[in-house]
Design a protein around this ligand. Structure first.
Ligand code: ATP
Ligand code: MG
Ligand code: FE
Length: 381
């Protein structure tokens, strides 16, 4: 079966053709990073306009590279949420028209379920043998969520067992990078630069600012609604701690120089950027990353233990991080668990994961209809 996936929830316009929920025939992503980079973050109005401009060429290219015709398709899948309302609307309106015009089924997909299926789809046929439930950590610029995921013959089921109470991990990466005068998005820069610093130079007392399982968070009611232990995250404290460190160590002048250097040579790639930073900055970046990854690990492995889970999936943009992959892998090995990540291309936003997540829904006849609308706050599970 062939599914055309369409994704436009944030700042990438993406289309992909996937066979049987597993084989990626094409995967086209038009990123708006340069556009929004000028503003240091995603500007919703500009995002919608870019999606409108890009959607048709991106879908055409996906069809061409997959070497299939519209008549060959079995279904059209599209992200229905969560995301920016205006951005989602472009993908959904386009997918609806296409499905209506071609008389093909339309399948609305949760973006977070998509991120999880970016890993599931790459399992080498042994996914069925994996013990259920799995623990899925989705960690990106907008989300840091932990789910217990399992499936029966009919469909996948998710239960949220943790989420950030303030910033997402990727958001903390992006804000700290901005603070240090680096490019947008900040994650890839921080990843490359952290390798040149000493992760033990600065101790961030994460243990104290992160809610312990089931402990105080701003929204006790939300926690009470979730049964069983909860493994929430918090990333705004470390962002403030980095800001304080920069202020008390008078690092501001060098940040200005770096900012100017980057503005003068926007083509500079993260890997070549170490020359722009003094050792103190590199050490700060390494220490920040060490703390963030350590916190993601602590909550994830604690949840795995509490729920007796044997397999962990990590996906979303931050799952591209090299230190995160190394340390999760080492810790899982130590505990006799398995951990899996998507390929780098499928870690950040893409439409292959949307087509893949739609496949089990297609097989069990869970089709959307005309009433499908953009749902910016859509929850999973
Ligand atoms: P959503 O949160 O809705 O899924 P998004 O646009 O944030 O949307 P992604 O493309 O999955 O989704 O993730 C982008 C985020 O991942 C950014 O915050 C970016 O800085 C971060 N990121 C990308 N690569 C890395 C990396 N190597 N290390 C750390 N963070 C990274
Ligand atoms: Mg994005
Ligand atoms: Fe995403």
């Amino acid at each position: 079966g062939l599914i055309l996936g369409i994704e436009s929830s944030c700042d990438e316009t993406a289309a992909s053709v996937v066979r049987d929920g597993q084989c990626v025939l094409s995967n086209i992503v038009a990123s708006q990073v340069e556009l929004h980079g000028n503003y240091g973050g995603v500007v919703p109005e500009l995002a919608s306009r870019e999606h409108l401009r890009n959607i048709l060429p991106v879908v055409r290219q996906a069809m061409q590279e997959a070497n299939v015709t519209y008549a060959d398709l079995d279904a059209i899948a599209v992200t229905e949420g969560p995301g920016l309302a205006g951005a989602l609307l472009v993908g959904i309106t386009f997918a609806k028209s296409l499905a209506f015009g071609l008389d093909k089924p339309l399948i609305g997909v949760n973006h977070l379920e998509g991120h999880i299926h970016a890993v599931v789809m790459q399992g080498e046929g042994n996914r069925e043998k994996e013990e259920l439930p799995l623990l899925a950590l989705v960690v990106s610029g907008g989300h840091t969520h932990l789910y217990l995921a399992s499936h029966d013959e009919q469909s996948w089921h998710y239960r949220n067992v943790g989420r950030t109470v303030d910033d997402a991990a990727g958001e903390a990466y992006d804000k700290v990078a901005k603070l240090l005068g680096l490019g947008y998005p900040g994650g890839p820069w921080m990843d490359a630069l952290a390798a040149h610093g000493n992760p033990r130079a600065v101790t961030f007392n994460f243990g104290q600012i992160t809610p312990r399982p089931g402990a105080v968070t701003p929204n006790k009611k939300a926690i009470a609604e979730r049964t069983g232990p909860v493994f929430d995250f918090s990333f705004s404290g470390i962002k403030t701690a980095v800001l304080r460190y920069v202020e008390t160590h008078a690092m501001k002048p060098s940040i200005g120089i770096r900012h100017a250097a980057l503005a003068a040579s926007p083509d500079l790639r993260p890997a070549g950027a170490a020359s722009l930073c003094d050792q103190q900055t590199l050490d700060l970046i390494a220490s920040f990353q060490y703390a963030v990854v350590g916190n993601l690990m602590r909550q994830s492995f604690a949840a795995a233990e509490a729920f007796g889970v044997r397999s962990i999936l990590v996906s979303g943009g931050v799952a591209a991080n090299r230190e995160l992959r190394q340390r999760f892998t080492a810790e899982a090995e130590k505990r006799g668990l398995t951990v899996a990540f998507p390929s780098l291309a499928l870690s950040t936003d893409n439409a292959a994961m949307i087509a893949a997540a739609a496949w089990p829904r297609f097989l069990s006849g869970q089709i959307s209809d005309d009433s499908l609308v953009a749902t910016p706050q859509l929850k999973l599970g």
